[in-house]
Write a protein of this length. Sequence first.
Length: 188
Amino acid sequence: MSERNRGALVAALAVLAAVVPAPAAAQQATTVIVVRHAERAGEAAGDPVLSPAGEVRAQALANVLAFTRLTGIVTSQARRTRLTAEPAARAAGLTPVVVSTAGGTPGHVQAVADTVRARFTGGTVLVVGHSNTVAGIVRALGGPQLPEPCDSEFSALFVLVLRPGAEPSLTRARYGLEDPPPGAACLR
């Protein structure tokens, strides 16, 4: 099995394991799938679109989520987050909820967490964030503190399951093509 297919399989199994119907006591679980936007064309300034590799990754995300019953999708207003979510949204017949980043990173992170809790409790929601928001969103929803992704990291997929009266559970997987090695600026 190729590395690409193995990565897609691991991601699909992680998502399916988190969203397969559970016993009645856990049926009110909220599953939040958090990813960073796919590779962008050029620098972040100026609201770039996705690169060809990013378009492939966005489709890979939709493929991984094909058997997941998404009840919602949350993105920022940036084109790269909306374009990353677009294939999954189209497949699920959903219109993403756009949460503005205008209030700064902490405000955006909290607004995303509030939106998930207010609109998608008991469902399965895809959240497409940024390198500086993914870890904060997971944390704001009750998950563990995660390091921010390196600039070259786009394949991480986090499945956070929130069950009433229980500690949240987090599964980390990868999807799409493998990320290139991190640059020297990445402190991991």
